[in-house]
Design a protein around this ligand. Structure first.
Ligand code: GDP
Length: 454
């Protein structure tokens, strides 16, 4: 348990109906007694898990009318004494109340410190703490469901089972190290091998979820390329539909590339339209191609829009060079018009989908394919309901490496000492994911990505 008391504003800045100031730690009730007044007495006399109307006072003057929630340890978010002051929103009120709390003995919380305390006090494991950020940042229902599952502890539980399995093998092996006169029979060795392989297979299935996890967290990046007037902007608008989001010009390339966020079948999408390039840069086609090239290289999928209502030009052939090593779909656009395009045999064909952005033909088909590409990993991992992040994937890779070595040492009849060594490395890697064996560096890295007040 920590002995200091922390405070922060837990709601975002800006104007809103209410803002919440949160105070956690052994002196939370002293702070509340000092700043809050009501007809019903002092917060330290209130029963746990109750909420009370009153005023925040500073030197006898009322700062705001508020609702105060009181929650006593250990049934709280941090497992410590916790109070929450629901005040009016806006720039000044919450800041004034926070300052008052700080003046009466609390200190300003670091980013993620409330959740960090929940972790350190054993209420959450590290996968659950990380799920809190995923939940806050989820942009689609699919990402949201995965985060809730992890927050419920599904991921941590499965890893805990794998860890227990390895611990029991390790215990057997240690026993053999302590009593070397007992020979290890083949049956025992095979049991260890089967157990290790079980865990190894599980870790590999879990690692396979990282591709979809990346997409759910950061969005699937799609770049639309094509000749001027091929129908790129129309396709982008048709795909965005009702989901049209904020237009954010990509830094440094103002107006050349337009990025918009969309939600296709629960998958967050970042669509980049290269349509502005020629229009903004006049005839400097080389520069345009270069920018398209960079965008195509950094995206997960390229949509090459080829106008079927015009005769073929070499420009389209050149554009295919932008995605030779990338997943790509060739959109045969304007399929509602009379076809005039004949692709030469030299044109490198990829999967093609005829689309009419004006009539809507082919759009559902395209959405199906985008979903298929985003969820390619899902078919192998249908038993998993949450997706590992980069940190977890990194630890999984180390765990897999150690257990693969352990497996080969078991088969090549190495000494139990050598087997035990790899097993321990595997255990450490799994423990790092749930936080059981996480170092201060790892915790620092995880919680620094949180905002203050969470
Ligand atoms: P961009 O320069 O590649 O972004 O092309 P635009 O999306 O601006 O489209 C160029 C022209 O083609 C516009 O006049 C559009 O209205 C037209 N257009 C785009 N898609 C279609 C389509 O599916 N069918 C028809 N008939 N016209 C289209």
């Amino acid at each position: 348990m920590t002995d200091d008391t922390i405070a922060a504003i837990s709601t975002p800045t800006g104007e809103g109906g209410i803002a919440i100031v949160r105070v956690s730690g052994p002196s939370a009730f002293d702070v509340a007694d000092a700043v809050f007044v009501s007809k019903r007495g002092r917060p330290s006399t209130f029963p746990s898990h109750t909420i009370h109307f009153g005023r925040i006072r500073e030197k006898g003057n009322s700062v705001d009318q508020v609702m105060l929630s009181v929650m006593r340890a250990p049934r709280t978010y941090t497992t410590e004494d916790l109070i929450e002051i629901n005040c009016h929103g806006g720039a000044l009120t919450a800041r004034t109340i926070l300052s008052l709390c700080l003046a009466h003995g609390a200190r300003l919380a670091e980013p993620g410190e409330f959740t960090k305390r929940a972790f350190l006090n054993g209420r959450l494991d590290l996968t659950q703490a990380e799920a809190v950020i995923d939940l806050i940042q989820a942009k689609t229902s699919r990402a949201h469901t995965a985060a809730v599952n992890a927050l419920e502890g599904h991921l941590g539980r499965k890893l805990g089972e794998a860890r227990d399995q390895l611990i029991s093998i390790a215990a057997h092996i240690e026993a053999h190290i302590d009593f070397p006169e007992d020979d290890i029979d083949t049956g025992t060795r095979n049991q260890w091998l089967t157990g290790t392989r079980d865990v190894l297979a599980f870790l590999e299935r879990l690692l396979a979820t990282s591709a979809e996890g990346k997409i759910l967290r950061h969005g699937l990046a799609i770049t639309i390329i094509g000749r001027p007037n091929a129908g790129k902007s129309s396709l982008m608008n048709a795909l965005l539909g009702e989901d049209r989001a904020i237009v954010t010009p990509i830094a440094g390339t103002t107006r050349d590339l337009i990025e918009e966020a969309a939600n296709i079948r629960g998958i967050p999408i970042r669509l980049t339209d290269t349509a502005g390039i020629r229009k903004a840069r006049g005839t400097i086609e080389e520069l345009g191609i270069h920018r398209s090239h960079l965008s195509a290289q950094s995206s997960d999928l390229v949509l090459h829009v080829v106008d079927t209502s015009r005769p073929f030009t070499p420009a389209d052939l050149r554009l295919t060079g932008l995605y030779t090593s990338k997943p790509a779909i060739q959109i045969l656009s304007k399929c509602d018009l009379a076809p005039r395009l004949r692709l030469p045999p030299s044109f490198p064909r990829r999967e093609q989908i005829p689309v009419s952005s004006t009539r809507g033909d082919g759009l559902e088909n395209l959405r199906d394919r985008i979903e298929g590409i985003a969820c390619a990993a899902r078919h192998v991992t249908s038993e998993m309901d949450s997706f590992v992040n980069d940190r977890q994937a990194d630890a999984l890779r180390r765990g897999i490496k150690a257990l693969t070595l352990c497996e080969s040492r078991l088969t090549d009849e190495s000494t139990p000492e050598l087997v035990a060594q790899e097993l321990r490395a595997g255990l450490d890697a799994i423990g790092e994911i749930t936080g059981k064996t996480a170092t201060e560096d790892i915790l620092e890295k995880v919680f620094s990505t949180f905002c203050i007040g969470k």
